[in-house]
Write a protein that binds this ligand. Structure first.
Ligand code: UDX
Length: 425
């Protein structure tokens, strides 16, 4: 998120200095290389490095001297073994930056945090900064999706400004003026923090709702894809985040709903969010169901069976494998004795590093060589456009499970494939 925000701010015409404590990352960024896959971002990075509007550093002292506005874009991952979010990276930024802040400036948190964090950090900031009250905190949550980071940053649906003063509001309104006519909602700190968690909880709930319908459709021999299509024509429901399949993964939705439940518990409001436990459970059951469908197609068990896995990223157009449903399924099948070969257009190296014990191939056809079953787990365009005949000529048996409801069932069936999908007869 930080590299995206830095490059986009430079693109808007601001002088930007990006800071990270990881020297290797800074070296890459200075060379115009991105440590992640994000369509359109590398070109923007290079353009702005060239213009001189964008530079990088590892020095907090330099950043403090440089900036009138400091955006904090660090992650808040799930703590090991519990639901709560780990906000220690945020504290570390404030503790490292504040002692160098000796003039008026605004520090703006963009990370997704448990409600109450901003208030706590605001106190810490003023306590540690030599400029005291001249230094102020604001909260401005980030709603970007991976794969659409540039578009979502430059054309956001809305901007939320959690501010404690008119001065902070004015500074942030000025910063975002070049974006044009975007709805701005001005709030206090806790509301701004909650907007982000509520948005992600809603999206996760919508996905799990349609996946719950998929479970019922499976039991009733109905078709969840058509059900979803019919629901989507109702403006009040809408079709986005209503694609049934393997469910949500990634570095945000799963951990954010868990952190939200943990925080609500601390606030004594846990009852309000018990439904998110179900949202999480429905989501995880899709992965188990996928494994069951695949096993059903190859016999009693995966022992001595060859399984081609198409997709490792948690979604298309990303190389992110954090909490990837695709890899989770691949790992389970491997543990059950299946011989798994994975192909993904960009997430292959990340997957191999995380799971060196699984097999990897450099194309979909290579992965499917002699396969007893092919599993489509991340709906990259490249997979949606696969030719059933070409794939059929390399597999051992024409079995496919479409984990994302992305393929045209009739096309595959008429090419002699035994086609199964989550939530469809
Ligand atoms: C999400 C939010 O969309 C974004 O606003 C927030 O800032 C960060 O978290 P992201 O994690 O990049 O963004 O992914 P998103 O595109 O929302 O997809 C999340 C997961 O849901 C993916 O695994 C995707 O495959 C799955 N999904 C999405 C579905 O299973 N069905 C859908 O209909 C939509």
């Amino acid at each position: 998120m930080g590299a995206t925000h830095a490059a986009c701010m430079a693109e808007l015409g601001f002088e930007v200095l990006g800071l990270d404590v990881d020297q290797q990352k800074i070296d890459m960024l200075e060379r115009g290389e991105l440590p992640i896959h994000e369509p359109g971002l590398e070109e923007m990075l290079q353009r702005n490095l060239k213009s001189g509007r964008l530079r990088f550093t590892t020095s907090y002292e330099e950043a403090a001297k440089f900036g009138d506005v400091h955006f904090i874009c660090v992650g808040t991952p799930q703590k090991k073994g519990e639901y709560a979010a780990d906000v220690s990276y945020l504290d570390a930024v404030v503790e490292s930056l504040a002692p160098h802040l000796d003039r008026e400036c605004l520090v703006v948190g963009k990370s997704t945090v448990p409600v109450g964090t901003a208030e706590r950090l605001a106190d810490k900031l003023v306590r540690l900064a030599p400029a005291g009250m001249q230094v102020e905190l604001a909260w401005n949550p980030e709603f970007l999706r991976e794969g659409f980071a540039v578009k979502d940053t430059l054309q956001p649906d809305r901007i939320v400004l959690g501010v404690a003063s008119e001065r902070a509001e004015k500074v942030l309104r000025d910063v975002y003026t070049p974006l044009g006519d975007i709805p701005i909602v001005v709030t206090d700190f806790p509301t701004a923090e909650l907007v982000k968690t509520a948005a992600n909880a809603f999206l996760a709930t919508k996905i799990s709702f349609i996946n719950a319908m998929a479970e019922v459709c499976e039991a009733a021999h109905a078709d969840v894809k058509l059900l979803s299509l019919a629901l989507s024509y109702d403006d009040r429901i809408g079709g986005r985040y209503l694609n049934p399949g393997l469910g949500f993964g990634g570095g945000c939705l799963p951990k954010d709903i868990r952190a939200f439940m943990a925080r609500a518990g601390e606030l004594g409001a846990d009852q309000a969010l018990t439904f998110l436990r179900e949202v999480d459970a429905i989501n995880m059951r899709r992965r188990a169901r996928m494994v069951d469908l695949a096993r059903g197609l190859v016999g009693e068990s995966f022992a001595n069976r060859t399984v081609a896995v198409l997709g490792a990223a948690f979604k298309p157009n990303s190389d992110d494998i954090r909490d990837s449903p695709a890899l989770d399924v691949a790992v389970t099948i491997g543990q059950e004795g299946g011989m798994v070969t994975i192909y993904d257009p960009v997430a292959l190296d990340n997957a191999r590093r995380a799971h060196p014990g699984l097999g990897y191939a450099t194309s979909a056809l290579d992965a499917a060589q002699d396969a007893d079953v092919v599993l489509l787990l991340t709906e990259w365009d490249e997979f949606v456009q696969l030719d059933p005949e070409a794939l059929g000529s390399v597999v051992s048996t024409r079995n496919i499970v479409d984990g994302r409801n992305a393929l045209d069932a009739e096309t595959w069936r008429s090419a002699g494939w035994h086609y199964r999908a989550l939530g469809r007869p």
